[in-house]
Design a protein around this ligand. Sequence first.
Ligand code: ZN
Length: 493
Amino acid sequence: MTEFEIVHKDLMGRIGKFRTPHGNVETPTIMPVMNPNLMSIGAEEMKRYGAEMLITNAYIIYRKVNLREEAVKKGIHSFLECEMPIMTDSGSYQLYEYKDVEVSNKEILEFQQRIGSDVCVPLDIPTAPYVKRERAKDDLEETVSRMREARSIIQNKMLAGVVQGSTFLELREESAKRVAEIGFDVYAIGGVVPLLESYKFDELVDIIMASKKNLPLNAPVHLFGAGHPMLFPLAVALGCDLFDSAAYAIYAKGKRYITSDGTRKVEDLRYLPCSCPVCSSHSVEEVKESEDLLASHNLCVTFEEMRVVKQSIVEGSLWELCERRCRAYPALLNALNHATKYAGVIEKYDASTKKHPFFYLGETSAHRPEVLRYSYRLNRFKLSGNVLITATVGSKGKEVESGNYDYVFFVKPPFGPYPAELSESYPVGQSEIPAEIDNGAKTAALQNVLKLLELNNGKAKFVFAYDDSWEGHPLIAEIGKHAVVRLMKGGDD
Ligand SMILES: [Zn+2]
């Protein structure tokens, strides 16, 4: 029986049912990080925010004798006073941050097993971004060998396989392939926290894609350390299912107020732009003064955003959500732009028809998987005789349209040429575009016009009619090499 069942999909994002010994978890979801030394919000209380699974650091428990003994005696669930599924981290982050982990891979795994963790994590070696390739490769070899060892130690528990490789995409690919070969219940993309902290979201996109392309589809993928909600839409769209959040507490400690489109210093707030139970029942002054209230708000908005993401998957509007959210920060917009370079990969996973209309929301929409798919399918039109392609609005171009043609195509940005039969179907017929279209939409449409001409070169005679809204676009001259082009001036008819 597979432990991960996909229930809904959009782009590479999915809503899944993940079966654990402590019950099913619906993904994508956030696992709040439970630090046994500082728990302002208890594990059981996390349910009220929407948590379905928790994560705690086995190493932090292990290194303190009293905590270690208590956890062994009670088991991790009673230790945290919670029956939710619990994933345990191994101390890799401490290894990375403080370089002084006094525990072996074997010891920490056996400990995780002994305390009854639902998902154990091996002690992998996180490699920082931008190190020398040799270093990244050596670390990777060590990580892979620890993954193999982990697989032989952990028998009755679920186990996560961690992908490393620093910022070297071929190493990330290799790492993903090798952990996939070993076979794990969960896959985790590690070593990305420094990229998150420096807003290198475009590189994060590359790393996620290099990993995802090589990981099996029937297991959840955890993006380690990505707890800020502003990243959820894009990361989920690229196929990440599990997130952990220590951010809600760390940000609260730093007096920062999380929103779905960024973070604000709480001291700068004059209003609370949120209606969560904290913000609707406390004054801005009260929130400023209480770290607990701030942590509680941060957690509320974190789970709220994940629900928004999930609803978008169900209705097929996850791209639109990415478009809206990624406009909050230039670095996020850059990442979304960057993600469009992978439209060909995303297209393979994406549903070919959706309930939600295709909304054109700016140039990034011109590179959506749907537009690329439409371009791939232009070869289905086998044309002969006289063909009119008309990119004119309303009555303009009537004369041309009344001519004697075997085929007539209309042009809708960003898709390009389509016959009347497709005017009702997804995506062309189910798309909404602004009246004033940008150059990105025009370019995508004209590239597809060109493609249709080239596909039928020598088989059909083309007339391309366009109105002045297209005038001056450089691709018109290119089209003129394969078709008779006619500019239909407004008011001519
Ligand atoms: Zn709030």
